[in-house]
Design a protein. Structure first.
Lengths: 76, 345
């Protein structure tokens, strides 16, 4: 399974960014809703839409998909 | 060399080898709890665990495990090791769980119908919906201690009794030409609300014995009968039924004993463990009030089968499942014993 995004669906809410347990472990400040200080994270909101930075770090837990309100991020 | 043949059917599959004996390994995806014990214990690394969290949480149409039929030697390790019998190796159509030379877990779940009062607490609590309780209630009319009679001469057909009757046992027809009041004696529970409310005092109560004495009810008429059924395929022997049974009719023996530890520092409350747990052991804790913090993940340790599914899928390795005992039938084979004992941590 692979992590996929559809930027056309994305509202830029960033819930996936803060819910992703791996993101939080890489860059703990995102848990509090702050922007990541590093581009080492799996995903970040950039210019109002989600963008994948290091999808290979994804542990396929599906949390982003569970929380995304618009099916903009999923595992396939 | 004789090749293994794999047959795939939706998310289930069989791997078969016909030589001197016919060996067939069957996998049932709906039974699999995604614990990964098979993948960890396979001696030839033929089993690959899928992205269990994603599969379970997104309803993806993919098998939770995959077995490479070219690597599989049909030894039966996965079949013996699977705590829920999602994998089953048969030799000449006999499951290894029935063959004495193979060990098997001594796990079981039973409900004693003699003791059971058919309250359905277990049916509701079972996290796998594996329990069905069917019951026959006693005939209600036999449990009622009296009956009412209406004096047609006095009754004015006001319908107050009909409106108040909790059992819907009274029917009033208000036709001025031909008024009528009927009591359904099978439905009447002799509560006497009608009698007390009647403005004309037209309702008479006829108690079968005495209002203050013992009811004339035959205890045999008051018994609820029934039977219980546990679907062995779905049951994971977690012990919820035993835990909630008010009369100790349910007995469960778990395959493993152990404990589940959560590293509060690492946990980021993604909830993957809660979604995967086959035993409803894990949950997000209820708030205990303003300004109060509780553990990130609540645990009903009592119902944990120590399968390790949660620890396997935790994306940040915040969960550790320690198995302290493996319950299985004794075997003479040292290699089988070693393998099963290796499940301890």
């Amino acid at each position: 399974m692979e992590l996929k995004v559809n930027q056309d669906n994305c509202l830029g809410c960033g819930v996936c960014v803060v819910a992703c347990p791996v993101n939080v472990s890489i860059s703990p400040e995102v848990e509090g809703g702050h922007g990541s200080k590093t581009e080492e994270v799996i995903m970040m909101v950039e210019n109002g839409v989600i963008k994948l930075f290091s999808p290979e770090k994804c542990n396929k837990c599906g949390t982003c998909q569970v929380f995304c309100p618009t099916d903009a991020i999923w595992l396939e | 060399m004789i090749a293994n043949i794999k047959q795939v059917e939706d998310k289930d599959f069989n791997i078969k080898r016909s030589a001197e004996d016919e060996r067939k390994l069957s996998y049932k995806d709906h039974v699999c709890i995604g614990c990964g014990i098979c993948a960890k214990t396979c001696p030839v690394e033929a089993i690959e665990l899928g992205n269990i969290a994603a599969i379970v949480r997104t309803d993806a149409n993919i098998s939770k495990i995959n077995i490479n039929e070219e690597k599989c030697v049909l030894c039966g390790m996965c079949s013996v090791g699977c705590p829920v019998d999602a994998l089953d190796l048969t030799i000449d159509n006999v499951s290894v769980s029935e063959l004495e030379m193979y060990p098997k877990y001594t796990s079981s779940a039973t409900i004693d119908d003699e003791t059971c009062i058919y309250c359905k607490a277990c049916e509701v609590a079972c996290p796998r919906e594996a329990i069905t309780v069917s019951r026959d209630l006693p005939d209600r009319s036999k449990l009622v201690s009296g009956e009412i009679e209406i004096d047609d001469e006095t009754c004015v057909y006001c319908g107050i009794c009909e409106e108040l009757c909790p059992a819907e046992a009274i029917y009033v027809t208000k036709d001025p030409e031909n008024p009528e009041i009927v009591v359904d004696t099978d439905a009447c529970v002799y509560c006497l609300v009608c009698k007390r409310a009647c403005p004309m005092d037209a309702i008479m109560a006829a108690c079968r014995s005495c209002s203050y004495g013992e009811y004339d009810i035959d205890p045999a008429d008051a018994v609820t009968t029934g039977n219980t059924f546990i679907d062995d395929e779905l049951c994971v022997r977690c012990g919820w039924c035993e835990g909630v049974c008010p009369v100790d009719a349910a007995k469960v023996q778990k395959p493993f004993e152990g404990e589940l530890l959560v590293d509060e520092e690492k946990c980021s409350t993604c909830g993957a463990c809660i979604d995967i747990c086959p035993c409803d052991v894990l949950s997000f804790p209820e708030s205990t009030g303003f300004g109060q913090t509780s553990a990130k993940i609540a645990r009903d340790q009592e119902y944990c089968i120590s399968c390790g599914a949660c620890a396997n899928i935790c994306p940040v390795e915040a969960i550790e499942v320690k198995r302290t005992a493996i319950n299985y039938t004794p075997t003479k084979s040292k290699s089988w014993t070693d393998k099963l004992e290796s499940l301890k941590s």
